[in-house]
Design a protein around this ligand. Structure first.
Ligand code: 5FU
Length: 271
């Protein structure tokens, strides 16, 4: 089973170059924590990215909630990612026809494809979502090289929201889109809540809805503990937002989440 295989071995199995990079980074930096930097001011995001940077493998944004977006904000965020060694994921949850997602990914104010190593996408429109996103990267480069090499997608196969409409059939087909066909080199992983979402060890399971105090929020979010998502639910990377954002000392909270998630992972592969 994939959950027993160490990240450094799974790096060699990954078809996506970004997944290989991320697996290797997780193994060498010893972290499987993703920070959901859901803040609305650019400076607040940069500040938390700097403080939590040493403890995370991935920083996840919702760029459309940033009130003072600018190109210099992106430049600063990229500099922090390089300094602290983490990747950037825009949680855009693309869900439209290929032509539209291509424009949404590459154009507009945010030009997501120019800075986000990874993005998220719903499988609702089917396989064309991958072709559409790839189209924003311009297809093959002049030398026939692979444009997907620098960029990757996480496909949603489950959601943490209570009452969400995803059923087993949807999950199964999402898994097929992630693992079969000509665009699998573009798929770095799957966003889901359980280990049975996919079996292929070259994909990364990203699991949101993680908090030390297991609970819910007022708007349908459901939380599980770091140990539970890693050991029982198959999470490779756990996404933590408010569990860190609302802490008095965010760096210390990030370190605590990192330690608990990493210990749970090492116990999982050793067992
Ligand atoms: F795909 C999903 C999902 O199923 N649940 C989520 O919570 C994504 N998320 C994101 O993870 C959500 O958009 C937030 O950015 C983050 C969770 O934040 P929290 O503050 O830890 O609840």
């Amino acid at each position: 089973v994939r959950t027993k295989i160490p990240f450094e071995s799974r790096a060699n199995l990954a078809k996506s170059a970004v997944a290989r990079r991320l697996f290797s980074l997780m193994a060498s930096k010893r972290t499987n924590l993703c920070l959901a930097a859901d803040l609305t001011k650019g400076d607040e995001i940069l500040d938390i990215a700097d403080k939590c940077g040493p403890y995370i493998c991935l920083l996840k944004t919702h760029i459309d909630i940033v009130e003072d977006f600018s190109e210099s904000f992106i430049a600063s965020l990229k500099a922090l990612a390089a300094r602290h060694q983490f990747l950037l994921m825009e949680d855009r949850k693309f869900a439209d026809i290929g032509n539209t997602v291509s424009l949404q990914y590459g154009k507009g104010i945010y030009k997501i494809s120019s800075w986000a190593d990874l993005v998220t996408a719903h499988t609702l429109p089917g396989r064309s979502i991958l072709q559409g996103l790839k189209a924003a990267l311009g297809g093959e480069d002049a030398a026939g090289g692979d444009v997907a090499a620098e960029r990757g997608v996480f496909l949603l196969a489950e959601m943490s929201a209570s009452g969400n409409l995803i059923d087993d059939k949807y999950k199964e087909t999402s898994n097929k889109i992630a693992t079969e066909g000509g665009d699998v080199d573009f798929v770095a992983g799957v966003v889901c809540q359980s280990a049975n979402c996919f079996a292929f060890p070259g994909l990364i399971q990203l699991t949101p809805g993680v908090k030390i105090d297991e609970s819910v929020d007022k708007l349908g979010q459901q939380y599980q503990t770091p140990e539970h998502v890693v050991k029982e639910r198959g999470a490779d990377i756990a996404v933590v937002g408010r569990g860190i954002l609302q802490a008095k000392n965010v760096a210390q909270a990030a370190q605590t989440y990192r330690d608990r998630l990493w210990t749970a992972y090492t116990e999982r592969v050793a067992k």
